[in-house]
Design a protein around this ligand. Structure first.
Ligand SMILES: Cc1cc2nc3c(=O)[nH]c(=O)nc-3n(C[C@H](O)[C@H](O)[C@H](O)COP(=O)(O)OP(=O)(O)OC[C@H]3O[C@@H](n4cnc5c(N)ncnc54)[C@H](O)[C@@H]3O)c2cc1C
Length: 342
């Protein structure tokens, strides 16, 4: 019977696991190597008191009632319907993504759908995935929803879209607010787990390589530089979030946080996301490279982790080396806990 558990990582996966375990009376210790909880979903007041998302705009979109019910214990919601637009013609025109009838009607009549595809998906993909693009193209383009009509909402099929009313970090802080959850801000390594045997089970939500002292080499990830520009006055881009498929600029998205969140503030802040390669030490992974080669290396890691750390479970976007959005991360975390406690 499981009485004690460690959760490595206080992102949405770790916070969900911790709370689901705590709800069952298990003593949980959560370890987070950042100075704050939240992982990639982290948000808060920065830059003269404007509310931003530290790692790019994080919009909740969900169709799973269990996920909605679970998260709604810790937050109310601010509705927001997301539209993705891509800047073309040097930023003078913005067309909706995924490509639909409206997109084609905005591009000049000489554009075929195939040319639009190359401009809006392939060029974007090359910028996002760099040298990996050829190996991941099919995988990533399959994730773009297909459209034939006039619906310009990006997550058109999701019945719930929005943000936690007071932010992701506040929501996650409430998730960890239980008598049987302790939070320690420190990094956990494979050595920590070999030396410390006090937990019946460990849920690991970060990249798996440190668990095995990087013995099989690094997995491939992309990362992003997140930079912010702050100013005063009436700057208001035509959309809260704009994609830039073409170079220049080097950044791939720009977000006007004042507009995105609807917050009244005399300053504006625009966040930029610039993708680049992520090695073992030069950046925080934001995207697992979904190539076959990477998946095979991850499978070797997963098998070796089972051998060396039998009480460790790999859970989440990086630990499982697969694309998971927030809703999927929560559903996956709840399912993994149910599986263990069954
Ligand atoms: C730019 C960008 C935009 C996105 N936008 C959206 C969106 O709009 N909607 C959506 O649904 N999803 C979005 N996502 C996806 C979303 O960020 C992820 O689904 C979610 O954050 C995954 O959470 P996680 O807890 O699995 O991982 P993380 O958020 O990475 O959390 C893992 C945590 O573990 C900690 N950690 C790792 N290793 C260790 C260690 N050894 N010791 C201690 N702590 C450790 C890390 O510091 C981190 O806090 C976006 C992702 C990116 C990169």
């Amino acid at each position: 019977m499981i009485k004690t558990a460690a959760v490595v990582g206080a992102g949405i996966t770790g916070c969900t696991i911790a709370r689901a375990l705590a709800d069952k009376g298990i003593m949980v210790t959560v370890f987070e190597r950042d100075l704050a909880i939240g992982g990639l979903c982290r948000d808060g007041y920065e830059h003269h008191g404007i509310f931003i998302h530290h790692y790019g705009p994080h919009i909740f979109h969900n169709n799973d009632p269990c996920v909605q019910y679970f998260l709604s214990r810790f937050t109310q919601w601010l509705p927001y319907r997301h539209h993705v637009v891509a800047a073309i013609e040097h930023g003078h025109a913005h067309v909706p993504i995924p490509i639909n009838r409206v997109t084609m009607s905005m591009l000049s009549a000489s554009w075929s759908e195939e040319q639009a595809h190359i401009l809006l998906y392939s060029e974007y993909g090359r910028k996002m995935w760099g040298g990996h693009y050829g190996a991941v193209r099919d995988q990533v383009e399959r994730r773009v929803p297909a459209r034939v009509g006039n619906d310009c909402s990006y997550f058109g099929d999701c019945w719930w879209q929005g943000f936690p009313l007071t932010g992701w970090t506040t929501m996650m802080r409430r998730m960890l607010d239980a008598d049987n959850i302790a939070l320690e801000l420190c990094e956990v390594t494979g050595k920590t787990l070999r030396d410390e045997k006090g937990w019946d089970i460990v849920f690991w939500t970060g990249r798996p390589e440190p668990l095995l002292d990087w013995g099989l080499g690094p997995l491939a990830y992309r990362t992003m530089d997140f930079t912010f520009q702050v100013g005063r006055g009436n700057i208001r881009p035509p959309y809260p979030v704009i994609n830039y498929p073409l170079r220049p600029p080097d950044y791939i998205r720009a977000t006007d946080y004042r507009q995105l969140t609807g917050q009244p503030h005399e300053l504006w802040v625009i966040g930029y996301e610039t993708p680049r390669e992520c090695g073992a030490t030069n950046g925080r992974p934001t995207h697992v490279v979904p190539s076959r080669e990477n998946h095979e290396l991850w499978q070797r890691y997963a098998a070796a982790v089972t051998d060396e750390h039998p009480h460790v479970r790999l859970v989440g976007r990086f630990a499982e080396c697969r694309y998971l959005d927030i809703s999927e991360s929560v559903a996956n975390a709840l399912a993994k806990v149910d599986e263990i406690l069954a």
